[in-house]
Design a protein around this ligand. Structure first.
Ligand code: NAP
Length: 270
């Protein structure tokens, strides 16, 4: 078990490449010890070795496939038992670019297992301890497709909308109990994600693609500013506020005893 030193320990899923590997780098430099989780042990160990040398932080690795129940349970147990853990970065995820009718539904189910089920179980494992200790941070990597279901694959955007929704809901539940929540909504980011999702990143217009380093640095700046939702590409934060306010404006009228007048049944004529 990692002992709490300085900022404590951050557990980062999907740390073997891309955005997760940059989080590992930045968090080690901010003084966190790390637990790095992914399937590729060789890449995890190489990253852990480099960051230990460069930062002197204590870095553990756990090889786990977060679509496999037993592996998820192992991480849940660590999150519950290790009171030195002060941050969870739910980053591991896969995408898809094909339309639903052109997709392999088993692959979509595996994506839900990773992007939704594992993320939910890990969050549910760590948050009670954070609440009990009055301290902890959960960073959930969503995506701008959470706000744009017409972009990429609808199951993928649905998983990322779930991540946004869960983060907002959890903030509502435990945001005043010492737990900081953040949903990060990256736009296109230059990582292996795109090759794995079947669309090489080189096929995207370069002006819409951010580096993983810029994305994570912006997201951490948003965290430092206490943002619940961070959209690194969005030039004007007021645009998000207007969108979110419009959603909240619906709230008082979303549940009534009677249907709205426009749905009144027209009397049948004999
Ligand atoms: P990436 O380089 O492919 O990284 C994905 C990470 O998830 C890898 O470390 C991978 O490690 C891990 N992973 C994949 N399947 C896993 C499994 N079954 N069990 C455990 N770990 C698994 O892509 P990325 O862009 O950094 O993606 C990170 C997150 O950002 C994802 O949630 C993605 O949806 C989100 N995102 C990405 C973009 C983008 O444009 N790149 C945009 C918006 C959101 P192993 O293969 O070693 O297991």
């Amino acid at each position: 078990m990692a002992t709490q030193t300085g900022k404590g320990t951050a557990l980062v899923t999907g740390a073997s490449s891309g955005i997760g590997a940059v989080y590992a780098d930045r968090l080690a430099r901010r003084g966190y010890d790390l637990i790095l989780v992914a399937r590729d042990a060789a890449r995890l160990n190489a990253l852990a070795e480099r960051l230990t040398t460069q930062t002197g932080r204590r870095i553990d690795t756990i090889t786990a496939d977060l679509t496999v129940k037993a592996d998820v349970r192992r991480i849940e147990e660590r999150l519950r038992a290790d009171t030195g853990i002060t941050m969870l970065v739910n980053n591991a995820g896969v995408g898809a670019t094909a339309s639903l009718i052109d997709s392999d539904v088993d692959a979509l189910e595996t994506m839900i297992d990773l992007n939704v089920t594992a993320l939910t179980r890990l969050t549910a494992a760590v948050v009670p301890g954070f609440v009990a200790r009055g301290n902890g941070i959960v960073i959930n990597i969503s995506s701008i497709v959470a706000l744009s279901p017409e972009t990429l694959n609808g199951t993928y955007s649905g998983t990322k909308a779930y991540v946004l929704n869960l983060t907002q809901s959890l903030h509502h539940e435990v945001g005043d109990k010492g737990v900081q929540l953040q949903a990060v909504l990256p736009g296109a980011t230059s990582t292996a994600f795109w090759d794995r999702a079947g669309l090489p990143v080189e096929h995207l217009p370069s002006q819409i693609v951010m580096s993983a380093e810029d994305m994570v640095d912006a997201a951490l700046a948003g965290l430092d500013q206490g943002e619940l939702v961070t959209i690194p590409s969005l030039p004007d934060a007021a645009d998000w506020e207007r969108f979110n306010n419009a959603r909240q404006h619906l709230q008082p009228n979303l549940s009534h005893k009677l249907p709205a007048a426009r749905y009144k049944r027209v009397a049948a004529t004999a």
